[in-house]
Design a protein. Sequence first.
Length: 201
Amino acid sequence: MTLVEDIVVKRLGRVEYLSTWQAMRAVTTARDASTPDELWLLEHPSIYTVGQGVALSRPGNAIPVLKTDRGGDITYHGPGQAVIYTLVDLARRSIKVKRFVWLLEQAVIDLLDGHAERKPGAPGVYVEGAKIAALGIRVVRGRAYHGVALNVDMDLSPFGAIDPCGYPGLRVTQMKDLGFSHSPEVAGLRLSEILVEKLDA
């Protein structure tokens, strides 16, 4: 754990999705005006997660599926993906939700050094039409949790069993295929540094 300005960055390694989600909710419920913001850097074992308001479906393989309270549709998490959960008091920082989503996307775009872009009407980050980072957040009383998942060096085949983020035929890509040699932890650490800079700006 490190403290960067007033943001705590926690490196959690590979952790189960459900227990991590429960922990995020607990921290968000218990926090007050003096609670530091936190970024949780981690990977998950293979799992599909489905956002609120979306019908739960089964991809037809052995990978578990979990309904969550974040925004967005269905996505896949697995080893080799850098996940950053953003437990951030948006109200305290006077950041609107739309701006926060923009900051998350821009941090990924900056990390990828001009290789990536936004797609109008489709949150996340894309490279030549292929999704490289998915976003999903929830905001309760002005406080955000969940965050961003960046494909770094992973088996992308489980995405083929779903419509990623609800878009049929959406291609996915990863940093490895763009020529980056970062490990998921290194990519996640650098992404967290960029995001801290943006939040503290």
